[in-house]
Design a protein around this ligand. Sequence first.
Ligand code: S3P
Length: 171
Amino acid sequence: MQSRTIYLIGPMGAGKSTIGRMLSRELNLPFLDTDQEVEERCGADIPWIFDMEGEAGFRQRETSVLEILQGEPPQIIATGGGIVMKEENRRLMVSGGFVVFLQTSVATQMLRTAKDKRRPLLQRPDRKQVLTDLYKIREPLYRQTADLVVCTDRGSPRQVIREIVEAVQGG
Ligand code: S3P
């Protein structure tokens, strides 16, 4: 029986939502995506929030969602790729559960986000440079926040799920 919330962190295109949904079925726990939760609570989509409030406004909304989720029964939470940029967000996740960094190369991110129209940070011609720069800044933060690092570049989602389940259940 899984008694702690599991937070999935990692860059855009790491597979946080896909893995999160599968993990929620596997462990029979509710699934929540902080991007979706921010959008539902705000009544607007992420591109609109970035336009109107800037990235700082969006990060603040992520913090509010993490605060609300503290103390709720265990669940699987997929987070936005930049959630680790705020110290408070890192602290909330570390104190609130088990944190898994889904590690993915920029090459795989490029493939998985090729047709993306919804992520404001990627709506530029130099997508590869953006992803590379973000990864340099964020990778140490993902690592320092995580209880477990799992690579999602190779292997099937099933294998990723198995690694996470073994780690959280002490197998
Ligand atoms: C962002 C990642 C997105 C979303 C927003 C900003 C980022 O989430 O939160 O577009 O800063 O990396 P995903 O990682 O789920 O794509």
